[in-house]
Ligand binder design. Structure first.
Ligand SMILES: Nc1ncnc2c1ncn2[C@@H]1O[C@H](COP(=O)(O)OP(=O)(O)OP(=O)(O)O)[C@@H](O)[C@H]1O
Ligand SMILES: [Mg+2]
Length: 157
């Protein structure tokens, strides 16, 4: 058993596998929270490792799921476990009306993992987790990953 993460959490990843492992540790944190619906914003450039992180989350919450970039689909759902996962890639979304066609606003239970959620600023829930992945200057494969939790309704001063 890995120790539970505490937030905010910052780590260095040196491989896709390490990013997946951090996603798995984060999934354990989410499972412990027991929220009916959690929202996770994944931030970072093309190829930063957002989908890799989601793969790690799914390995815990929806085992057996094949997690790929949903770029051409906007949404992929994984139901390999007790928690439905909704994996959005909003890179190509036109506007927030387009979001409604995916059923986004009807989701009541599970975990939403959204790549490129900056495209839908008006549709973000006030309470959310943000995972930011950034390349470092140290080689092709290193990423700095920060996970935080914010609540617009209860901002910290
Ligand atoms: N430390 C690392 N963590 C994650 N991925 C890494 C790492 N080092 C190298 N990679 C490589 O970077 C790529 C990350 O791809 P991934 O699809 O997860 O990125 P993404 O952020 O989802 O991109 P996009 O915005 O295009 O969806 C993969 O090819 C992976 O092998
Ligand atoms: Mg991706």
């Amino acid at each position: 058993m890995q120790p539970l993460l505490t937030l905010p959490h910052t780590a260095l990843s040196r491989s896709e596998e390490e990013t997946e492992a951090l996603g798995a540790a984060f999934a354990a944190l989410l499972a412990g929270r027991g929220e009916p619906l959690s929202f996770v914003a994944l931030e970072g450039d093309l190829g930063a490792g957002k989908t890799a992180f989601v793969r790690g989350v799914a390995s815990v919450l929806s085992p057996g799921s094949r997690v790929q970039s949903p770029t051409f689909a906007l949404l992929r759902e994984y139901r390999g476990g007790g928690t439905p996962l909704y994996h959005f890639d909003l890179y190509r979304i036109a506007d927030e009306d387009d979001l409604a066609t995916t059923g986004y606003f009807d989701i009541e239970e599970g975990v939403i993992l959204a790549e490129w959620s900056g495209r839908i600023p008006g549709a973000l829930p006030p309470h959310r987790y943000t995972v930011r992945l950034e390349r470092t200057e140290n080689g092709e494969n290193e990423r700095s990953i920060t996970i935080k939790e914010t609540d617009d309704d209860h901002p910290r001063t």
